[in-house]
Design a protein around this ligand. Structure first.
Ligand SMILES: [Zn+2]
Length: 285
């Protein structure tokens, strides 16, 4: 009898360990730093902080975290991991999760999706593959807004994000990215795509121009003159998140770009500073 009990306990233990291992081995941990990996492991099962999922019950399923103050105020949406080869964005989003869970907001609400294109993040790729003959940019989440519920996976993700903005009445949208080259060192117009490091890209509206300037002033006050200084760029590329926020919702929307030539932790700090300066300016923290 005793032996049988021991056997069944061992059996249960093995099943439990396998289940736990499976849960955590389904994502390749190497794409995250140790700090963010620990945050990931702590937060991804925290149903109380999870508002819902994008692409629920598909291989693209990714959590939408939600932090609310209980007071009326701005409603902010932050995306990390739109591009999987731009780690400062999803690293900062993980760190922000921890920050928001530890200190409560003064007013308003924050939605945060740290791994918007989870599979691209796992593989550290800019896009996910598309069917043969289809424009590769349909695998690039930041070219698919406002999205299409019946389209390819990234069009569906963009559509669900657009619906979230609409239904939750989001009034500030931040999408965290990186670029290989400093904007200040970019010489030729033909290399424009690569020369966006250390910029805030926005669709011009009064609120966006103001918030952007507050952030740029704050950051550049602490950065010596040179390539690391931040600039503002108007008119994000068509069908990007920041473009859609401005064009379709007339809310401030920013593509936040750090430069990949800098050390990762420095880039993560800039990303977090951008978010925190804006939240502070809006009286949320
Ligand atoms: Zn990007």
């Amino acid at each position: 009898m005793k032996f049988k009990k021991l056997l069944s306990l061992t059996f249960l233990f093995v099943i439990f360990s396998c289940a736990t291992t499976f849960r955590y081995s389904t994502f390749p941990k190497e794409y995250l730093t140790k700090t963010s990996r620990e945050i990931h492991e702590n937060f991804w099962g925290q149903e109380s902080m999870i508002f819902g999922y994008l692409m629920e019950n598909t291989q693209f399923q990714t959590p939408i975290f939600h932090f609310k103050s209980g007071q009326d105020g701005p409603i902010v949406l932050i995306l990390g991991g739109t591009h999987g080869n731009e780690p400062a964005g999803f690293e900062a989003a993980h760190r922000l999760l921890e920050q928001f869970s530890k200190s409560s907001l003064k007013k308003g609400q924050i939605f945060i999706i740290p791994e918007a294109n989870k599979l691209a993040d796992y593989n550290q790729n800019r896009r996910i593959p598309v069917p043969k003959g289809v424009d590769i940019e349909f695998g690039n989440l930041n070219r698919c807004y406002p999205g299409n519920p019946d389209g390819l996976p990234m069009e569906q993700v963009a559509y669900e994000i657009t619906q979230l903005i609409k239904k939750q009445k989001v009034n500030l949208f931040l999408d965290l990215h990186e670029s290989p080259v400093f904007h200040m060192e970019q010489k030729s117009k033909t290399s424009e795509y690569h020369g966006l490091g250390q910029t805030l890209i926005y669709t011009p509206n009064e609120k966006a121009a103001w918030l952007g300037m507050v952030v740029i002033d704050f950051l550049n006050d602490q950065i010596p003159p040179g390539n690391k200084q931040f600039s503002m760029i108007e008119n994000p590329i068509k069908h990007s998140a920041a473009w859609s926020a401005g064009i379709n919702f007339n809310i401030p929307g920013f593509t936040v770009e750090t430069c990949k030539k800098l050390p990762l932790e420095e880039r993560v700090r800039y990303q977090m500073d951008v978010v925190n300066v804006m939240l502070k300016e809006m009286g949320m923290i």
